[in-house]
Design a protein around this ligand. Structure first.
Ligand code: NAD
Ligand code: IPM
Ligand code: MN
Length: 370
């Protein structure tokens, strides 16, 4: 029995999670697995009603589960960053999910490139540091002191920043930070995965030509780790990488990226391989509670229309099962998705006419037929 905390979230989140749960429930019919789902309303509605984001009680509650299944958060009625940082990033940090695994296989014939290509990329995105640490602030009139704190499983860091400018302007800071131990464990995980799939090469992205402190440390660790693991390492600057991912994505197999660039290139790769409606991700803590969600957000303008593509969220359930040690079931979901698409059932974003729920039903039917 797997205990699954379900956080449908905002916007299209509830619609896509509903389809993902349909698919998980069909597996429970005759594939020797049971799920205990419990929905939690950690979302914008609750925030607007009560002012609560991710609370200490939520965290205590979530600790009782084997895994977390999330739709998306984000609501136009709330200032950007409040829900995203207060719920989504808080969950990733709180549960020390330091790896974000975002597979990007080409979904033929839905790829958006002009030439026909076949490839399968796994992106590993560092998930708790970089420019996401949330340490920053604004100073008025050129002067100010910022008392910053970064709390993680690996450390509790305080940073004081005293700013004194000779211009009476307003200044804003956003501090990027990485720690050696976190990069090490992230590199170890990515390299172990590469070896598991028989891959001897990894492409590591950064902007070490500009942010040479933060990505200098990043590179030091990667060079050491790849040498030790006997994996061929090539560095790519993120700007050149965006070009390469459109021009010749088939040259890549495993990519590792810092948090911010990983965010950006996975939307790009999603579009290249079939669209945001097809791209799942797993926020992974190998020794703790992991969380699975689509790469896309809450797409508020499509909320409640039953038109958007639930496959990213269905495939997030596949990643969840892989992570729970049931790769056999994960494969069944993947095959179900492929079969439904091959039968011509797909949503508007892929050029089809199916509704969100018809898409989910088609995957369910494909799995039932075996
Ligand atoms: P978004 O990913 O929500 O949507 C961008 C566009 O992608 C949509 O307008 C739509 O055209 C397309 N799209 C997304 N999901 C799709 C699907 N399932 N099927 C078909 N097309 C789909 O990005 P945004 O509009 O920049 O952000 C909306 C809100 O979501 C913001 O509040 C943002 O902060 C938040 N967000 C949350 C997450 C998350 O919870 N993991 C991720 C990204 C963005
Ligand atoms: C994602 C999203 C989040 C991120 C935002 C909403 C905080 O874009 O999951 O890709 O930047 O990680
Ligand atoms: Mn993103």
């Amino acid at each position: 029995m797997f205990k699954v905390a379900v956080l449908p979230g905002d916007g299209i989140g509830p619609e896509v999670v509903k389809e993902g749960m349909k698919v998980l429930k069909v597996l429970a019919e005759n594939h020797s697995v049971q799920f205990d789902f419990q929905e939690m309303d950690i979302n914008s509605e609750r925030y607007l009603r009560t002012g609560k984001l991710l609370t200490a009680e939520d965290v205590e509650q979530l600790k009782k589960f084997d895994t977390i299944y999330l739709g998306a958060v984000g609501d136009d009625r709330v200032k950007p960053g409040v829900l995203e940082k207060g719920i989504l990033l808080a969950l990733r940090f709180q549960f020390d999910q330091f790896i974000n695994h975002r597979p990007a296989p080409m979904w033929k014939p839905f790829g958006r490139l002009k030439r026909d290509m076949d490839f399968n990329i796994d992106v590993f995105r560092e998930n708790t540091e970089d420019y996401y640490v949330g340490a920053g602030g604004r100073v008025q009139e050129g002067h100010g002191k910022l008392n910053l704190e970064i709390k993680r499983n690996l450390y509790d860091m305080r940073v004081q920043l005293q700013a004194d400018a000779d211009a009476k302007d307003e200044f804003a800071f956003e501090i990027g930070m990485m720690s050696r131990k976190n990069i090490e464990r992230f590199a170890d995980f990515s390299l172990t995965y590469a070896k598991m799939i028989g891959e001897k090469k990894i492409t590591v992205i950064d902007k070490a030509n500009v942010c040479s402190n933060i990505y200098g440390l990043w590179r030091d660790v990667w060079s050491e780790k790849c040498k030790h693991a006997n994996v061929e390492l090539s560095y790519m600057y993120v700007d050149a990488m965006t070009m390469a991912l459109v021009k010749n994505p088939d040259k890549f197999r495993v990519i590792a990226a810092p948090n911010m660039f990983g965010d950006i290139i996975t939307d790009l790769l999603a579009e290249v391989t079939g669209g945001l409606g097809m791209a799942p991700g797993g926020n992974i803590n190998p020794k703790g509670i992991s969380m699975f969600e689509p790469v896309h957000g809450s797409a508020p303008k499509y909320k409640g229309m039953n038109t958007i593509n639930p496959i990213a969220t269905i495939l997030a359930a596949k990643l969840m099962l892989d992570n729970l040690g049931r790769r056999d079931l994960g494969d069944i979901i993947n095959r179900g998705v492929r079969t439904a698409l091959d039968q011509g059932v797909y949503t508007h974003d892929l050029g089809g006419k199916a509704t969100t729920s018809e898409m989910g039903d088609a995957v369910v039917a494909a799995i039932r037929r075996g």
